[in-house]
Design a protein around this ligand. Structure first.
Ligand SMILES: *Cc1c(COP(=O)(O)O)cnc(C)c1O
Length: 413
């Protein structure tokens, strides 16, 4: 097929794709930064297979460097170890395997090993527990949907009493639904007392620690054993780019270090030269993900990244403020980090009628395409959820979003 025809087909295809426009507030999605796009193209062209230092020495050094930079940016640890992965789901699964090998003898009965999380934790952690074959226990949350430390203590005591073996707590640093941060400091204290691995799922929120004004909300993150984060969310790296940061550089080797095939056996004496990523994670062949992080972090810098995140947080606060001041919208949650949940009101309508109305409004919005929200049910109330992680979003986009919701809501009553 001639390239010109193929490119025509390609533009038709891309025209019908979803774009992360400045008023796209669904899920957790950001546009790709220009420097990240260029770096990803270079990484594809260089086509390094980042399996080990021997196969890709420069890429290995750069990956270890950007993991330390991410550790510094999030306040986790300036000398973090870890591994770059496809995203938060993969990071959470890897973390659970690391935790299991850190806190259990190799022959332990996995069904008795128990991991603790709240109903607000991202579903990938419960899914990971299912894959690994351990039991996931739901811990009570408080009125703000944060993990309740007393609830955690009670669950741990009850489970130990019936012979279960707790090994890990998964705390959220920015839940995907409403953006709340679990009380990391208090949970870290309990985890230390009870010799549990503390994994923090910061796939959405942890990068907000790069905003100096938000950093204090993450107090305790520096005591976690592992941290998941997604650079393809708030850092605007092109998909895919997630990271699992680890405090103990030897922790991953305990989970993944043995059983490599003879054809990859490393014969080097030097420790640096002998380093192999397959002994620190699930994948063998891996793309050069660190190049986009290395280029983006150097080009934009920590201050500018923090400022872009702070702007999104401020815009979510403005959205909440506009909702709060209006007669025809009700704020249902937030703002927490850059998430705000609300619904459109109809005078005299019951909750069931409002749920049906807002569901129809959301469908109309998504078909209309000018702005994009996603949904969440909060205490039986159907909410329109806005999550702002776009460095191009302005106040005008926020105002336009409410105007479009109003316009489409009028046609529904
Ligand atoms: C998005 C998200 C995940 C999953 O990340 P993927 O990159 O989509 O696999 C996990 N945890 C949280 C808190 C998230 O927001």
């Amino acid at each position: 097929m001639p390239a010109s025809e193929l490119l025509d087909d390609c533009s038709a295809l891309l025209e019908r794709s979803r774009r992360t426009s400045p008023a796209f507030f669904g899920y957790v999605l950001s546009p790709a930064s220009p420097v990240g796009i260029a770096a990803d193209l270079l990484a594809s062209a260089a086509n390094q297979n980042v399996t080990a230092w021997r196969s890709s020495p420069a890429a290995t050094e750069i990956e270890r460097l950007v993991l330390r930079w991410l550790g510094e940016l999030t306040g986790f640890a300036p000398d973090a170890a870890g591994v770059l992965v496809s995203g938060g789901s993969h990071a959470n699964l890897t973390a659970l395997l690391v935790a299991l090998h850190a806190k259990a003898p190799a022959d332990a009965d996995r069904r008795r090993r128990t991991v603790y999380l709240t109903s607000e934790a991202h579903f990938s952690s419960a899914k990971a527990a299912g894959i690994v074959g351990v039991t996931a226990r739901t811990v009570a949350a408080d009125a703000d949907r944060r993990m309740d430390p007393d609830g955690l203590r009670a669950a741990l005591a009850a489970d130990r009493a019936v012979g279960l073996e707790p090994f890990c707590v998964v705390a959220s640093a920015g839940t995907t639904g409403t953006g709340v941060i679990d009380p990391l400091d208090e949970i870290a204290r309990i985890a230390a007392e009870q010799e549990l691995h503390l994994h923090v799922d910061g796939a959405y929120g942890a990068l907000a620690a790069a905003d100096p004004a938000s950093a204090c909300r993450f107090a305790g993150i520096e005591r976690a054993d592992s941290l998941a984060l997604d650079a393809h969310k708030w850092l605007a790296a092109p998909i895919d780019c997630g990271a699992l940061l680890l405090r103990d550089p030897a922790a991953a080797a305990r989970a993944f270090g043995s059983g490599a095939g003879d054809y990859v056996r490393v014969m080097a004496e030097d420790e640096r030269e002998a380093f192999a990523w397959w002994g620190h994670g699930i994948e063998l062949s891996r793309r050069f993900r660190s190049l986009k992080l290395w280029m983006m972090l150097r080009y934009y810098g920590a201050r500018r990244i923090g400022a872009a995140i702070a702007q999104d947080i401020a815009l979510a606060a403005e959205l909440a403020d506009l909702v709060h001041k209006s007669d025809d919208f009700e704020l249902l949650s937030g703002p927490h980090l850059s998430i705000c949940c609300f619904r459109h009101l109809v005078p005299g309508a019951t909750n069931a009628e409002l749920n049906a109305h807002n569901e129809r409004v959301l469908t109309a919005l998504q078909r209309d395409g000018r702005v994009y929200l996603s949904n969440l049910t909060l205490d039986g109330r159907f909410a329109l959820r806005a999550c702002i992680t776009n460095f191009r979003t302005t106040r005008a986009d926020i105002e336009r979003t409410l105007a479009v919701v109003r316009e489409l809501a009028q046609t529904d009553v």
